[in-house]
Design a protein around this ligand. Structure first.
Ligand SMILES: Nc1ncnc2c1ncn2[C@@H]1O[C@H](COP(=O)(O)OP(=O)(O)O)[C@@H](O)[C@H]1O
Ligand SMILES: [Mg+2]
Length: 303
């Protein structure tokens, strides 16, 4: 039985006995301001379990910020949210991932100076638990057939990156990095996979394969929430679409409903795509942040 001692308005509102789809993630009254700017001001969002939900909206709508808040990479000014009925308020990013909710980044965070396989192993360490990190940096695994390596290789094979396991991630194309990041996210065996612009910077030849991979996640029983500007992708694979503009949810519904909505058409007029910046210095900066954060976390854990 779920713990009902803290009667949460979020999960309680999803009535699984009514025959309606239940929500794996519920968020209420989430706000985040940066100085005078309200980046996110969401009254209520429900992400239906076992479905693919698209989160769309023009640049600056607050989609990435909303992702950051939900996954513990940033803290809201107000609001509550629940994953599988458990409050995530105040829960850090690593714990959120351990609970089964993982995300990828609009700007991919693959580490270019590490090999593809090392990136995968780091996916397990980075998101499974920081204690592994210490072992990771001692680089004791080369050639080892431990459980993490086995899982990493299975996933690489599935994403057709297995032939590149010893290549530096920096040598991958933009699309391959997206695939690597997605496969890395799967290292923890998540229930909810959140993808921030998975198609950005992906060349057309890889797009279909990426679409198929996302659909495959749903077939395997996972729930997907993705941010995307590519309307073909949204129309093709989403069961549900949520539209954000200026921090708020403007409308939601099936892809057909949403795309015939005049407000959505208006919001997209003049909207242009962001470029995917995967410059080395950016990746290196993130690597440094990741390493610094991990060391910090390991120290906290050991304290
Ligand atoms: N760390 C930050 N500091 C200040 N402003 C930010 C920060 N992150 C995002 N913003 C602002 O919040 C708004 C929403 O940004 P973002 O969530 O990235 O939108 P989207 O992903 O929908 O394009 C934008 O106006 C952006 O400039
Ligand atoms: Mg964004």
């Amino acid at each position: 039985m779920p713990d009902n001692t803290t009667q949460a308005p979020g999960p309680a509102a999803s009535d699984s006995t009514s025959g309606e789809t239940d929500a794996i993630l519920v968020a209420e009254n989430i706000t985040r301001t940066f100085g005078g700017l309200t980046a996110v001001d969401v009254d209520r969002v429900e992400v239906p379990r076992h479905k693919i939900t698209a989160l769309i909206g023009p640049n600056g709508a607050g989609k990435t910020t909303f992702f950051n808040l939900l996954t513990g990479f940033d803290q809201p000014d107000s609001g509550d949210w629940w994953f599988n009925g458990r409050s995530l308020k105040g829960v850090g990013a690593h714990k959120v991932a351990r609970m089964g909710m993982v995300r990828t980044f609009q700007l991919t965070k693959v580490l270019s100076k590490l090999t593809v396989l090392e990136n995968m192993r780091l996916g397990a360490t980075d998101q499974v638990g920081e204690r592994f990190w210490a072992a990771a940096i001692r680089a004791i695994w080369r050639g080892q057939e431990d459980a993490v390596t086995v899982r990493a290789r299975e996933l690489l094979a599935r994403f057709k990156l297995d032939h590149m396991e010893d290549e530096f991630a920096g040598a991958l194309s933009g699309g391959q990095r997206k695939l690597l990041e997605m496969s890395r996210a799967l290292m923890v065996g998540p229930e909810l996979v959140m993808l921030d612009e998975p198609m950005a910077g992906v060349n057309p030849a890889l797009k279909q394969s990426l679409l198929d991979h996302v659909k495959q996640l749903r077939e395997e029983g996972m729930t997907v929430l993705f941010v995307e500007h590519d309307m073909d992708m949204v129309r093709n694979i989403s069961d549900h679409v949520i539209v954000m503009a200026a921090g708020k949810v403007v409308t939601e519904g099936t892809p057909d409903e949403v795309m015939s909505d005049q407000r959505v058409i208006d919001a997209y007029l003049g909207a242009h795509h962001e470029t995917d910046l995967t410059e080395d210095h950016e990746v290196e900066r993130m690597a440094e942040e990741l390493a610094a954060g991990s060391t910090r976390k390991a120290e906290e854990d050991d304290a």
